[in-house]
Design a protein around this ligand. Structure first.
Ligand code: ADP
Ligand code: MG
Length: 395
């Protein structure tokens, strides 16, 4: 998966060739979510880490109000007039870029026009959130080009709004938050209601191992919105019994067991995933901080089962990768990561078992599905910022 590494020096050089000026380069990472799936839009808890895969955005201001963007991956240039913004996207890649520009302005930031070159080594559409990396990288770059400060949490909210209102994907705030606020060497426990977070260090003997199934089932977007609707219906139907609840965050597993008869069966199962998942995220945080890696792994395995059986967002390829990893020596836990219906699994692994895990997973997946899985080891990185080209050359 780490087939190409994007260097800021090369993106800056591309910018110079295309636009004939000097650019600064912003960076925003993709992410892997250790635990807490679909809990973000239920005001709940999540625990992602920022990846060393990232999107780079080279930018320089213009003296008009045009945003012009070139994507190396797409090999296309698109333009957008800040004074005549489209109300919503057109289902093309540049929606993520122009949506962020439009929402920054809607949020009261007066932007300068800018030229941008974007490049990424986050695999697109693999569930590692190349979309949030692009949004947050663009937000950082546009604010900098306009001489405005980058406030990470505020930028995450604007980027989420761009994806909700401009792109038309009703995602929660997790991906944008971790892309903006990630902490090197740690996962982040994010409270998606208060928007506060705390780092959860990943012990030096642990590795986060990501396996890309290389499948993505097409209906993913519609299924995502269906799950959101089921959660909202659960809140509406439980409110008469539980009083003023705003989200499934306000429902405990015991509440749900008591009142689940008030819900249609499928809605009850969707809700059970969310309320038990919130509890598992907090348990995983406790376990990681206590050095109880087996307990953290058990929470991840329970999360996988809940996503498979109650929320029903996995698929055979993902279930296979997670189940198989769970049986390998040195693996504490394994589960799907990301919105669902394909994408990647994440496993919590002892450092010295990583090579065996990689070989075993790739071999078994090839035998079972005739497909290649890419496996890589993630080093949790920082959230959005400038790339120091001098430092990159030294590395
Ligand atoms: P994920 O966020 O899991 O990678 P999404 O479907 O949410 O998957 O976002 C992927 C989309 O984001 C791509 O189809 C493309 O439209 C856009 N995108 C991401 N990175 C880039 C890039 N470097 N250049 C152009 N478009 C990009
Ligand atoms: Mg995405």
């Amino acid at each position: 998966m780490a087939s190409m590494t994007v260097r800021a020096r090369d993106v800056a050089q591309e910018f110079g060739v295309r636009f004939g000026r000097v650019a600064r380069v912003s960076r925003a990472p993709g992410r892997v979510n250790l635990i807490g799936e679909h809990t973000d839009y239920n005001d709940g808890f999540v625990m992602p880490a920022a990846l060393d895969f990232a999107t780079l955005v080279a930018a320089a201001p213009r003296d008009d109000r045009t945003i012009r963007v070139y994507s190396l991956f797409m090999d296309q240039t698109r333009e957008f007039d800040l004074d005549a913004p489209a109300p919503s996207g057109r289902h093309v890649w540049s929606d993520y870029v122009f949506g962020v520009a439009a929402m920054l302005e809607a949020d009261g930031r007066r932007l300068a026009g800018a030229d941008l070159v974007v490049a990424s080594d986050v695999p697109l559409g693999a569930g590692l959130s190349s979309s949030a990396a692009l949004e947050v990288g663009v937000a950082h770059a546009l604010l900098a080009a306009s001489g405005l400060p980058f406030e990470p949490v505020a930028a995450a909210k604007v980027a989420q709004r761009a994806e909700n209102e401009f792109v038309g994907m009703r995602c929660g705030v997790m991906d944008q938050y971790i892309a903006a606020c990630g902490v090197a060497g740690a996962a982040l426990l994010i409270d998606c209601r208060s928007l506060e977070s705390r780092p959860v260090p990943i012990a030096p003997n642990l590795r986060l191992v990501i396996a890309n199934s290389n499948v993505r089932h097409q209906h993913a977007g519609g299924e995502y919105n269906d799950r959101r609707n089921a959660c909202e219906e659960g809140v509406r139907l439980l409110a008469p019994f539980l009083g003023p609840i705003a989200a499934l965050r306000d429902v405990t597993p015991a509440d749900l067991e008591r009142w689940r008869g008030a819900l249609p069966g499928l809605v009850a199962r969707r809700c059970r995933h969310i309320v038990t998942e919130n509890a598992r995220v907090l348990e995983a945080e406790r376990a990681l901080k206590a050095g109880d890696f087996a307990a953290c792994g058990a929470a991840m395995n329970a999360s996988q089962a809940s996503m498979r059986d109650d929320f029903q967002i996995t698929c055979p390829e993902i279930d296979f990768l997670a189940d198989f990893a769970q049986g390998i020596e040195g693996v504490y836990g394994s589960r799907m990561t990301g919105g669902g219906f394909g994408g990647c699994t994440v496993s919590l692994v002892e450092a010295d078992a990583v090579d065996d895990v990689r070989k075993a997973l790739v071999g078994a997946y090839r035998t079972a599905f005739g497909l290649g899985a890419e496996v890589f080891v993630c080093t949790p990185s920082d959230g959005a910022g400038f790339v120091d080209l001098g430092q990159e050359d030294a590395a």
